[in-house]
Design a protein around this ligand. Structure first.
Ligand SMILES: [Zn+2]
Length: 308
């Protein structure tokens, strides 16, 4: 069954104003019972007319809001605009440029860029989120993103592993349930690729790759190879078509929407595409709710983003 998409009309009906957005974030964080983010106490008083910090803890006496201790804390943008941005990024399958977010939200492009990066940051896997749990049949492939257009066509596969000047290497894994994980890595060498596979794929699984030499010698896996150089693209169950169609989606976003992703931020974009891909069975509203929950306990400052 196709996941339920929230139309723009329904979005505004459901979230007409700041108060509705605040209720949404609060519900996702606390359910029915507000607890103090400083000490965990449930003895909380609502403070009337105390806008930025509407709650006060009776135990530790500190004031707080739903933003406290989350990605939202450093931001002065209304929660309604945050929710609109999450909605826009959730429903734009090929990604959305920050210039468009800026126009729709009536904020500067710089604010929109920062806003979108922080939403992407919340989508990044936290350590411990993912283990070596993909399988039992996976496709693994790596691709280059960026660099000159002229370098990226027919010769891409043959040039693999020889390093490509000015390009970033992204490695990805897709299992046959359709889940994708992808990440920026330092190179296409054996050590890098093997350790990425070991960190994400259950031992005993079947790993399908192309003939890139760095995949040889995988331990604890059955390795099947598709020989692209011999014009072979599907070898019974051994194919890498799934991960390659994910690369196509990523590259449409990269070349069509974002035009340029600096290597510094590329991992966040790659993750954005993987996350949207993996949650395409969720309704828009569930996806937005997940995003709100993932904001808890995280923060990222502008300085960290541009200095990273
Ligand atoms: Zn407290």
């Amino acid at each position: 069954m196709a996941a339920e998409t929230l139309s723009l009309y329904e979005f505004f009906k459901r979230f007409p104003d700041e108060e509705a957005a605040r209720k949404f974030f609060e519900g996702k964080r606390w359910g029915d019972e507000v607890n103090c983010p400083h000490c965990g106490s449930l003895s909380v008083a609502e403070v009337k007319n105390h806008k930025p910090m509407p709650y006060r803890c009776r135990d530790c006496r500190q004031h707080f809001s739903v933003r406290t201790g989350t990605v939202l804390a450093e931001s002065r943008l209304p929660l309604h605009k945050w929710l609109m941005a999450i909605y826009m990024m959730t429903t734009a399958r090929k990604g959305i440029p920050s210039t468009q977010v800026a126009r729709e939200l009536g904020i500067t492009q710089k604010s929109a860029w920062f806003l979108c990066q922080r939403i992407r940051e919340t989508w990044l896997a936290k350590s411990g989120d993912n283990g070596a749990d993909m399988g039992p049949t996976v496709e693994v492939d790596e691709t280059f993103v960026g660099g000159k257009e002229t370098n990226k066509h027919a010769n891409k596969k043959l040039n693999k592993g020889r390093g490509a000047v000015g390009k970033a290497v992204v490695v990805g894994i897709r299992d046959r349930s359709g889940e994708v994980r992808a990440s920026l890595v330092s190179g296409t060498d054996k050590a890098t690729l093997h350790s990425y596979i070991n960190a994400n794929v259950q031992s005993g699984s079947t790993v399908c790759t192309d003939e890139h030499a760095a995949y040889r010698g995988l331990k604890n896996y059955t390795h099947m190879t598709v020989r692209h150089s011999a014009g072979e693209y599907v070898n019974a169950m051994a194919h890498t078509n799934g991960i390659e169609s994910f690369w196509a989606l990523l590259k449409r976003g990269y070349y069509g929407i974002y035009h340029y992703m600096s290597v510094k931020h590329l991992n966040r974009y790659v993750n954005e595409f993987a996350n949207r891909h993996n949650t395409s069975n969720l309704s828009t509203i569930d996806f937005m709710g997940n995003t709100a929950v993932r904001m808890i306990g995280r923060r990222i400052t502008y300085k960290e983003l541009i200095g990273a």
